[in-house]
Design a binder for this molecule. Structure first.
Ligand code: ADP
Ligand code: LRH
Length: 480
């Protein structure tokens, strides 16, 4: 027919959801079937994902979704589960905020210098890149028993279908893929002694990924056959696919637990300057490259809110809007904020260390975080344009942070560009659209975006004032 119904499983670092998308020639509607928290667990071994709880949430969601023409799974990047020779999962996947990679990058660079690694993979330095996690893991008993590695969305897809694969957009976050060939970098793997045979064969967004297993049909009450389609299984790949841009002169910021800020390009930027600025080249749909910088994002606020005993977010943001702007800012790109815990104290300490007023009340700390995020957005958008030689006229903001009107307005002010905010559930929409496309309902990325532009209604924020005070705040941070 000319319409279809698709279940998008989208697992973020703070919550998982199963959304149902209905797609037709002039129709794209998304409803939430089920949402569940994603709560990492600190075991004696370290910080772990509760992957069984996530899988249970997925099954509950598919049951609530009802009949669909296909299912697709996306999640946060870099993390994985290991399977033994029987195909059984070996332990809970390690959380990318776990401390096991401390000191590992330096060890890796001793045999493969950071510059060479960037030239080969285009991936930013982040301590949690799968590559460093694998080097940290390789002397463990668990690793010795491992015969297969599945990235988180591929693991859930395997449990749903019984079939194994490695989806390309997420594979590109392992730091073992060459962004020019869009295939494994054998050279990097060989030099670090990583066995690429651990990975299941690559598949691309739109490829078939099997059918829901009979037991899954029974548990969810669905009637088979129900195909599972490989989507942009990296949540950020799906989210960028759902940016309702009308031409190529746009920057995007995917705001959720992280802020991922940058450009969509047709070729990677692998220069030394780009490496120094810590920009990454992850792979997107249809031969595109996600050229972006990771910014700590609303994680900073989530962790503070948790420390404050979960006050109402709306009330807190209303108070923060009344706090004077740009009193103190921190570097929201600083990996010092990666680990969980004591966030209000760590932010206060960063302000004190840089000789700025120390925010005291929750409203003041919240304002400091939002100003700092807007400033980091400004820097990333400006740096990306310069490093890629790709100018933009508009900043598209997608993800949970679009609900934060203050953050959107501050981002527009800081960038000196209009912000178009929405859709909020961009990753789920990108997931749905790739499934619909696999069934012939939508065209290429341009066609997907035209459908989004026709059916979604984003909010628009015009930049206020000039950018001088943001420039000054930027200089203050740089001078430290
Ligand atoms: P992830 O996919 O990484 O789990 P989301 O895209 O779901 O993250 O975004 C979660 C963030 O969205 C929260 O940390 C919160 O800051 C923000 N958010 C969610 N709901 C609201 C709201 N009603 N008002 C303001 N911000 C919100
Ligand atoms: C966002 C995200 C991001 C990665 C991080 C680990 O959810 O996928 O793109 O860098 O998680």
């Amino acid at each position: 027919g000319d319409s279809g119904s698709y279940a998008a499983v989208d697992l973020g670092a703070s919550s998982g959801r199963v959304m149902v998308g209905r797609v037709g020639p002039d129709r794209l509607e998304l409803t939430e079937a089920h949402r569940f928290p994603n709560r990492p667990v600190r075991t004696p071994e370290g910080l772990r994902w509760d992957v069984l709880a996530l899988y249970a949430g997925v099954l509950d969601g598919l049951r609530a979704a009802g009949p669909v023409d296909s299912v697709g799974v996306d999640s946060w990047a870099v993390d994985y589960g290991l399977l033994d020779a029987d195909g059984a999962l070996l332990g809970n996947p390690v959380h990318y905020r776990d401390a096991r990679t401390e000191g590992v990058p330096e060890q890796v660079w001793a045999s493969l210098p950071a510059g060479e690694l960037y030239a080969a993979t285009g991936l930013q330095y982040a301590p949690f890149n799968t590559l460093y996690q694998l080097v940290a893991a390789r002397d463990t008993a668990q690793f010795a028993a491992a015969r297969r590695l599945l990235l988180v969305p591929d693991l859930l897809t395997y449990w749903l279908t019984g079939e194994q694969g490695t989806e390309l957009t997420n594979a590109s976050t392992t730091q073992l893929v060459d962004p020019r060939t869009r295939d494994w970098s054998r050279e990097v793997a060989d030099r670090l002694g990583i066995d690429l045979g651990l990975f299941a064969p690559l598949r691309r967004p739109g490829d078939a990924a099997g059918l829901l297993r009979p037991e899954v049909l029974e548990e969810t009450g669905l009637t088979g056959p129900v195909p599972v389609t490989a989507v942009g299984s990296h949540d950020t790949a799906s989210a960028v696919a759902a940016v309702p841009a009308v031409d190529e002169r746009f920057a995007y910021i995917c705001t959720g637990t992280w802020s991922l800020a940058g450009l969509e390009l047709t070729a990677p930027v692998l220069t030394e300057e780009s490496r120094a600025a810590n920009f990454t080249n992850e792979l997107g749909l249809d031969g595109t490259v996600r050229y972006l910088r990771n910014i700590m994002g609303l994680w900073l606020l989530q962790e503070c809110v948790r420390a404050w005993g979960d006050p109402d977010l709306g009330g807190l943001l209303a108070q923060a809007a009344r706090v004077p702007a740009l009193r103190s800012v921190v570097d929201a790109g600083d990996a010092a904020f990666l680990a969980p815990g004591r966030m209000p104290e760590r932010i206060a300490a960063a302000c004190r260390a840089s000789g700025q007023p120390v925010p005291g009340t929750p409203a003041e700390v919240t304002r400091c975080i939002l100003d700092s995020l807007a400033l980091a957005h400004r820097r990333a958008v400006a740096d990306a344009q310069r490093l890629a030689g790709h100018p933009v006229d508009v900043v598209h903001v997608v993800g949970g942070g679009t609900r934060n009107a203050l953050l959107c307005q501050l981002t527009a002010d800081a960038c000196g560009l209009p912000v178009v905010a929405g859709p909020t559930e961009a990753a789920a929409l990108g997931n749905v659209l790739v499934q619909a496309r696999a069934q012939g309902l939508v065209g290429d990325l341009g066609g997907m975006r035209r459908l989004l532009a026709r059916t979604q209604s984003p909010a628009r924020y015009e930049p206020r004032g000039d950018t001088a005070r943001w420039r000054a705040a930027e200089a203050r941070l740089a001078d430290r």
